[in-house]
Design a protein around this ligand. Structure first.
Ligand SMILES: [Zn+2]
Length: 192
């Protein structure tokens, strides 16, 4: 995946009056954080008027957060140059929830501090709804014994983000799409 593709994924999550104010490739340099097999430390991040968005190189999926709800989001300049973005959505701390992103884009690194400084006053998102389509995915070999040969993912029809799924016969529907934060409604059965 490249920056163009990452930007496309982010753009699909946008609301009508929302624009991307900063965009950068980042690398998670926090080696303490547990990494899943075949996951990548490379991400893209974006800040809009209302949301902070990440796209994982490994997953190719957007995850977004309402700016005022994020516990920790701050840029720290390193002594020897370079900028680190400390991001911990729920405030779980190092090794559990904290990501330390090295910001690769200089323009974004400059713009970010002022963009996130006033994030507690960020405009609230419009109330919108989305629905999902069911996609059957084969489990990676190392997880097959744990979760079965395949599972069902619910993918947002607006942004392709995660809306839940069926794992071992148990259905989970997220209240909001993790990619775009739109309220998730069940697809109408007449469509099938
Ligand atoms: Zn979505």
């Amino acid at each position: 995946m490249n920056a163009l593709k990452a930007r496309e994924i982010i753009d699909r999550t946008l609301y009508e009056d929302e624009t991307v104010l900063a965009f950068s490739a980042v690398t998670d340099v926090d080696t303490q954080a547990p990494t899943l097999v075949d996951s990548s430390p490379n991400f893209w991040i974006a800040v809009t008027q209302s949301r902070f968005i990440t796209v994982g190189e490994a997953s190719g999926k957007a995850t977004s957060y309402r700016l005022p709800e994020i516990k920790i989001l701050e840029v720290r300049r390193k002594l020897l140059g370079g900028n680190l973005l400390h991001f911990d959505p729920a405030g779980y701390g190092p090794g559990l929830g904290l990501s330390t992103f090295k910001i690769h884009d200089k323009v974004a690194a400059k713009a970010l501090p002022s963009l996130i400084a006033s994030r507690s006053q960020a405009p609230t998102l419009r109330q919108e709804t989305t629905s999902y389509t069911s996609v059957t995915v084969k489990s990676p070999p190392h997880l097959a014994s744990l979760i079965g040969e395949e599972s069902v993912e619910f993918r947002c029809i607006t942004c392709d983000g995660a809306c839940g799924g069926i794992l071992k016969g148990e259905e989970t529907i997220y209240p909001e799409c993790s990619g775009c934060q739109r309220a998730v409604t069940k697809p109408s059965t007449s469509e099938c």
